[in-house]
Design a binder for this molecule. Structure first.
Ligand SMILES: [Zn+2]
Length: 162
């Protein structure tokens, strides 16, 4: 409560939507895991991206690869930041017969089968952080953030500016 009162006196309180409150800077954290191909004649092991987190002053927001389908520039920026050991060709826009649409997905490094999102439900202890980098939350990042359900459903509230 002290921090809240101090912020009030210093006029750092604002009645803002969460998107207005996130500030200008964030850290992107990319996590991967090893997936087994579900094609019985392949069974190759592939390192896949399981989550892309945007950590802001107001909390962290998790995204998956399909969420980046409409944000190709952000996807390119993220891929650029991954270590060279990561096989970028597993990340592609593929057609899903289940979802009847094309979206950015993980796929098998050998047979290129699409790995659906159900395969991304991994034990967090088996995931690896392969990249962490700072970004300025420009309009492109804010457009992605605004699609997050926690932000979409949120109403304006009193926030303390950093
Ligand atoms: Zn395969």
């Amino acid at each position: 409560m002290d921090a809240f009162l101090r912020a009030a006196f210093e006029r750092r309180l604002g009645f803002l939507t969460p998107l207005e409150a996130v500030g200008e800077n964030a850290t992107i954290v990319v996590e991967t895991a090893i997936a087994d191909c579900w094609n019985e004649r392949c069974r190759e092991k592939t390192q896949i991206i399981t989550s892309i987190e945007i950590a802001t002053d107001q909390g962290a927001f998790d995204f998956s690869l399909p969420d980046l389908t409409d944000h190709p520039h952000l996807l390119a920026e993220i891929l650029q930041r991954l270590p060279s050991s990561f096989d970028r060709k597993v990340i592609q826009k593929r057609y899903s017969h289940t979802q009847r649409r094309s979206y950015v997905s993980n796929g098998c490094a050998r047979c290129n089968r699409l790995f659906g999102e159900f395969m991304l439900a991994h034990d967090p202890s088996e995931t690896d952080q392969i990249a962490t980098f700072p970004v300025r939350l420009d309009s492109r990042w804010l457009a992605l953030l605004s699609s997050h359900p926690d932000i979409e459903i949120s109403q304006p509230a009193w926030w303390v500016r950093a």
